[in-house]
Design a protein around this ligand. Sequence first.
Ligand code: HPA
Length: 246
Amino acid sequence: MSGLAFIGGSGFTVMGGLEVIDHERPETPFGPPAAPVTRGRLGDTECLFLPRHGIGHGVAPHRVRYRANIWALRACGAERVVGLAAVGGIGSRFAPGVLAVPDQIIDYTHGRDHSFRDGEAGELLHIDFTKPYCEDLRRALLGAAGAAELEVVDGGTYGATQGPRLETAAEIARMERDGCDFVGMTGMPEAALAKELGLCYAGLAFVVNWAAGKAAGGIQMQEIEANIAACRVGVERVVAVLAAAG
Ligand code: HPA
């Protein structure tokens, strides 16, 4: 096993190109993960895959059992975890269709179980979260995109919102003033939990719409779905090259 795992979000309840070996159902202290963990092969490399919101994409972002998902992946042998994330673009560089490997996070979520180590679920620990993502895995993702001859933005601040509703225009304007480049609903607490368990975690974001107030005409679900389908091709190429690198 390569120790490489992928968490799929919107548009990624299955991973194209993954040849399934088996499904594992690890028990965790936080209940079952959103779905059985798929062990499979991408090319010659054995990897893990877990759809964050469950097989039918039925679990809302604020109800995802992030702790169970991360715990289960580690129990199955994950060491490096890529969180795939559909996002709304805020900054002008992040138009629909753009891929990015974020390097910072601002967390606007609330009420989620965001620690294994909060004094109740394990001895209290304050992780250093100055750099929320694993730089080695960020570099590997950027290298894979380069090798696949795909453009990808190196860096960007991921603003994590509560969902499941999309944001108001004023919320996005505030996030832009805060320094957010794009917005999604699931980047936290996933990244922090992975760090607590010592996993090397990075995100691969793909922009599927302009965030609220950034384009005339509001946000249409058909537009999001069409952009997910368009981004899927590039994301799967990056994933395939990353896996081939071992
Ligand atoms: N906001 C929050 N999450 C998202 C968006 C958005 O505009 N697009 C895709 N995920």
